[in-house]
Design a protein around this ligand. Sequence first.
Ligand SMILES: [Zn+2]
Length: 224
Amino acid sequence: MINSHAHLDFDDMNAIAENAVAIVPSIGKQNWIDVQMYPYFSLGIHPWLVEAHTQHDLDHLEYLIKCNNPVAIGECGLDYIKEIDKKTQLHFFTSQLSMAEKYDLPVVIHAVKSTEDVIFLLKKHPKVKGEIHGFSGSEVQAQLLTRMGFYLGFGMQITNQQSTRLRQIVKNCPLEFILIETDDHSNPNELRLVAQVIAELKQISLDEVVMQCDNNAINLFNLK
Ligand SMILES: [Zn+2]
């Protein structure tokens, strides 16, 4: 079972890091080196951390992307709940979208209360493919994104019965565009729980969910 988004290099992730097949995203210059200990890593600057980065860091990021073969760029994106300068967030996000275009790599996107702007920017970079991890947008946005060929990542939030809107989105989203993830959680059993809920919501077998989600990750991230 492939974990499409797991911060294995964070502290206290030992239990989950064991035997995990995962895409390990970086959040900024502080872990660009650490994530490279894992076979499948992505390099990028998280929207929460843009103010701690400079143009020089962006140039260095591009250098690492060129030399070190990440499977993706990210995580990058926009977060409008946090009080972080919007213009700076937009600059770092669009810079990383341009790198994705230039190096033909998928993007791992963090979008919180910003999905509309993310879609607007993705339309300006039509060649870029990727995923919205921890998807929290609307049903209409989910449909729009999957029609654009984007994958949607879902984690433990869908196991909460109260997340009715999100669970409805999972139910309606074609399985061919779904990825499963544990993000920054440290419990290795959660990935299976997420897959189980998808199987229940779609009334299909767990095996089918796991097989298709694995294939989705293999296709998007070009895993060998
Ligand atoms: Zn993350």
